[in-house]
Design a protein around this ligand. Structure first.
Ligand code: GLU
Length: 295
């Protein structure tokens, strides 16, 4: 990819862009339903990022997301609006790069296809419950972490007698292909069967159809499904892994990674506002941005 070196701006002009929940979206992509607004930075001080240079030239930033994970990355089919913590983080980062909502193109990409989407330059970055792992880092780079959660279990209330991971022997758990939770089950729970789909919402449907005894993925995701059907579904047990969510970027684009890290580092108040408008409403108790060395 051809690099275009930008001159460092001498003057940084910040302009607040007012975006309402029902603002028209010129790309045809749905905007968020949170009502949160972000400052769209006018003179972005980012030199040496091929991803940013190409996005700026195109006038569009392409962000990979999930759209079936309520509270994190969700698309309401009826309203066409997106919602959730990850969607808001995506909008925040886009604004810090100078792109307003009308310039954001969301692409739904399932867990198994994320590295390929970044490597193949189908997206500029990915924000979607994406755990930072050394194996993934062989192919891509991660900014963050921006949220820490852990693997949990979702069950149909009153069925199957599962109250923690200690009860999984002889059971079938459903998870997404290519995810860290399904790998954990395969490696560390030899007496547990797995069934896989592209997405966790497919797992929830399979469990409600009696085809799995539990759904496993990060607790923050499962809490969103339980909140949708509180009479039927319950999250049980304590988190049994540590999942640090990062923003996936091209491996060679250290400049973009550093830029996003700087935005996250300076954005504690923004993080809290996002948390309260999204995950905080569905009963998660994370409440603090992770303190980490973003270098
Ligand atoms: N955070 C885990 C992962 O990145 C599970 C959630 C997901 O599949 O997005 O694999």
């Amino acid at each position: 990819m051809k690099k275009r070196h930008l001159l460092a701006p001498t003057l940084v002009a910040l302009a607040a862009l007012s975006l309402s929940a029902c603002s028209a979206d010129t790309t045809g992509e749905a905007s968020s339903e949170s009502g949160l607004t972000y400052t769209v930075v006018k003179n972005v001080d980012l030199v040496g990022s091929p991803t940013y240079d190409a996005a700026k030239k195109a006038g569009t930033v392409r962000i990979g997301v999930k759209e079936d994970q309520p509270g994190l990355g969700y698309l309401d089919a009826a309203t066409g609006k997106r919602s959730g913590f990850d969607i808001e983080v995506a909008r925040w980062i886009a604004a810090s790069l100078g792109f307003d909502d009308s310039q954001v193109q969301y692409r739904a990409i399932p867990s198994a296809n994320r590295e390929a989407a970044i490597v193949n330059d189908d997206i500029d970055f990915y924000v979607g419950t994406y755990s930072i792992t050394d194996k993934r880092k062989e192919q891509i780079g991660f900014a963050g972490p921006y949220l820490v959660t852990g693997q949990g279990l979702l069950v149909v209330k009153g069925e199957k007698g599962i109250s923690s991971e200690a009860d999984l022997a002889g059971k079938t758990v459903c998870s997404a292909t290519g995810s860290t939770p399904v790998q954990n089950i395969k490696q560390n729970f030899p007496d547990t069967r797995t069934t896989e789909f592209d997405t966790y919402s497919q797992c929830v449907t399979a469990m409600l159809d009696g085809k799995a005894d539990a759904v496993t993925t990060d607790q923050a995701i499962l809490i969103g499904y339980a909140a949708q059907r509180p009479d039927e579904l319950a999250v049980v047990g304590e988190p049994f892994s540590v999942e640090k969510y990062g923003i996936g970027v091209a491996k060679e684009d250290a400049a973009l990674r550093h830029f996003i890290n700087a935005t996250l580092t300076d954005g504690g108040a923004q993080w809290k506002a996002i948390y309260e408008a999204t995950l905080g409403k569905s009963g998660t108790t994370i409440s603090q941005p992770p303190v980490d060395d973003y270098s």
